[in-house]
Ligand binder design. Structure first.
Ligand code: NAD
Length: 501
């Protein structure tokens, strides 16, 4: 059985720990590889490699670091098909969706190629007579990324391209459920000319994570995953003096107004609810339909489209499936449990995905697309993140009740409104309490040059990922105030707060 290795100081090294985890192909339920959970010592070796590589890498000019990113971008493009196959095989998502997540990651690499401009800092001449001031945006040192299973390419690439381009070194701890992609990215970075030790991968779980959160050589931690773990990461990393951004779970609502373009809205809701089998932090899992007529029309349209949805292995491409399996048997059972709970709490189960199987792939972790109507805010399926292909329709009387529900929910990652009324959409953008807002756009994931992050219990920490926030997160500001003796007449020692003017 192939073992997925660590990548430390430019070399693939198989872990020596006792705990081994099987990696499955979710479309078949068969084990395809295994991964060894790194020990404390192995995790410390990765930190040491990154720590030793930092001074040299930080001394490279931003232009030279950007050139490595340019070569990495080209290699990502050349290897897109191979990388997408790895994602689809271990995660289960359909091939075109895997290409989509790689592309979103690639866009952050493109953003990082502009680092000489982004890391310029500021300069003011004559802040006082003969006195100039400029700021330096210096790298932090060893930065860490701890990432979830659902985007094995995109989420790590939200982090390390900017961390590396700004002059930091990096240790990535990918999800143990689909760890191979991280290793493939490490090899491409090496091929792109990244010096050994600048980027390292440790495979593992809580044991490695706890070392990364507490080791004094680590300066910053970026995390993406579920909310309870995000909160733990933020608290532990902060208590150990590290800068931390920890992005958590979600329960994304959209409002469907009676005046919406129903063709556009139904298509958008279908893709956003069932794409990647609902395993996206920006999946739409709740529709707040304003008025019974709107809800009735939406549900009957969704029923028809769900019946036509192609569900099957992510790598079957003639024609390509639209939705793949869930990540694991355990997660499948969890999602099935949520559907049971919705039924027993008396939501109307309009499409039941429980007894769903794909011919020839009966052992795969498939759950059929599921639709609940008449869901209410007290129900478990409304309150909790399901992370599966389960869509809840909540009937509300008007716009105000819809916004109130969104604003009351503990999560605030993404949200959307479907309407033709510009005034209503504008009000929604002002009032809604969520970090990413779509107007007739179902999954409003900001582009690489903007920043991604939610509100409320969907994030812990002040700075979002990528865009300007990403550059700020991976750098610290130093402001230099300078004057030169020949320019000034010395006025002697001053004992009051300098005002420079
Ligand atoms: P997870 O929280 O189980 O795991 C995330 C990472 O944390 C993994 O690397 C895992 O090994 C590690 N981890 C797990 N348990 C740990 C523990 N007790 N101590 C230390 N480390 C631990 O999340 P997941 O199931 O891989 O991913 C799905 C979750 O991620 C969903 O809740 C989803 O909403 C969220 N997510 C959020 C975003 C976002 O941008 N907000 C993006 C993608 C996924």
């Amino acid at each position: 059985m192939e073992t997925v290795a660590n990548f430390i100081h430019g070399e693939c090294v198989t872990g020596s720990g006792q705990r081994v985890q099987a990696i499955f192909n979710p479309a078949t339920g068969e084990q395809i590889r295994q991964v060894v959970m790194s020990t404390t010592q192995e995790t410390e070796q990765a930190i040491a490699a990154a720590h030793d590589a930092f001074p040299g890498w930080a001394r490279h000019s931003p232009l030279k670091r950007a050139r490595v990113m340019f070569r990495f971008k080209a290699l990502l493009e050349q290897n897109m098909e191979k990388l997408a196959r790895i994602i689809s095989e271990e995660h289960g998502k359909v091939f075109s969706d895997a290409v989509g997540e790689l592309t979103r990651g690639l866009e952050v690499v493109e953003f990082a190629c502009g680092i000489p401009h982004l890391q310029k800092g500021e300069h003011s001449a004559n802040v006082g007579t003969g006195v100039d001031s400029h700021s330096l945006m210096q790298p932090l040192g060893v930065c860490v990324g701890i990432t979830p299973f659902n985007f094995p390419a995109m989420v790590p690439m939200w982090m390390f391209p900017i961390a590396l381009a700004t002059g930091n070194t990096f240790v990535l701890k990918p999800s143990e459920k689909d760890p191979s992609l991280a290793l493939a990215l490490a090899k491409l970075l090496q091929e792109a000319g990244l010096p050994d030790g600048v980027f390292n991968v440790v495979q593992g779980d809580k044991e490695s994570v706890d070392v990364l959160l507490t080791d004094p050589r680590v300066q910053a931690v970026s995390f993406v995953g579920s909310t309870p773990i995000a909160e733990y990461i933020y608290q532990t990393a902060s208590a150990h003096g590290k800068r931390c951004q920890a992005l958590g779970g979600a329960k994304n609502h959209c409002i469907l107004m009676p005046d919406a373009d129903m063709d556009m809205a139904t298509n958008a809701i279908m893709g956003a609810a069932y794409g990647a089998a609902g395993e996206r932090c920006m999946a739409l899992s709740v529709v707040l339909a304003v008025g019974d007529k709107t809800a009735d029309e939406l549900c009957s349209r969704l029923e028809k489209q769900i019946a036509a949805l192609r569900v099957g292995p992510g790598l079957d491409r003639s024609p390509e499936n639209e939705m793949g399996p869930l990540i694991s048997a355990a997660h499948r059972n969890k999602v099935l449990g949520y559907i049971d709970s919705g039924e027993s709490q008396r939501a109307s189960l309009r499409v039941d995905g429980r007894r769903f199987s794909v011919k020839g792939h009966e052992q795969g972790y498939f759950v059929g697309p599921t639709l609940f109507d008449n869901v209410t805010p007290e129900m478990t399926i409304y309150k909790e993140e399901i992370f599966g292909p389960v869509l809840s329709v909540v009937r509300v009387a008007d716009y105000n009740s819809a916004v109130e529900l969104i604003n009351r929910h503990e999560y605030g990652n993404g949200t959307a409104i479907f309407t033709r009324d510009g005034g209503c959409a504008r009000r929604f953008c002002e009032e809604v309490q969520a970090g990413m807002v779509g107007v007739n756009v179902p999954i409003p994931v900001p582009m690489a040059f903007h920043s991604f992050g939610g509100w409320k219990r969907s994030i812990f920490g002040a700075l979002n990922v990528h865009g300007n926030d990403g550059v700020r997160f991976y750098t610290r500001m130093k402001t230099v105030t300078a004057r030169w003796p020949e320019m000034l007449q010395d006025t002697g020692a001053a004992f009051s707060m300098p005002t420079l003017g």
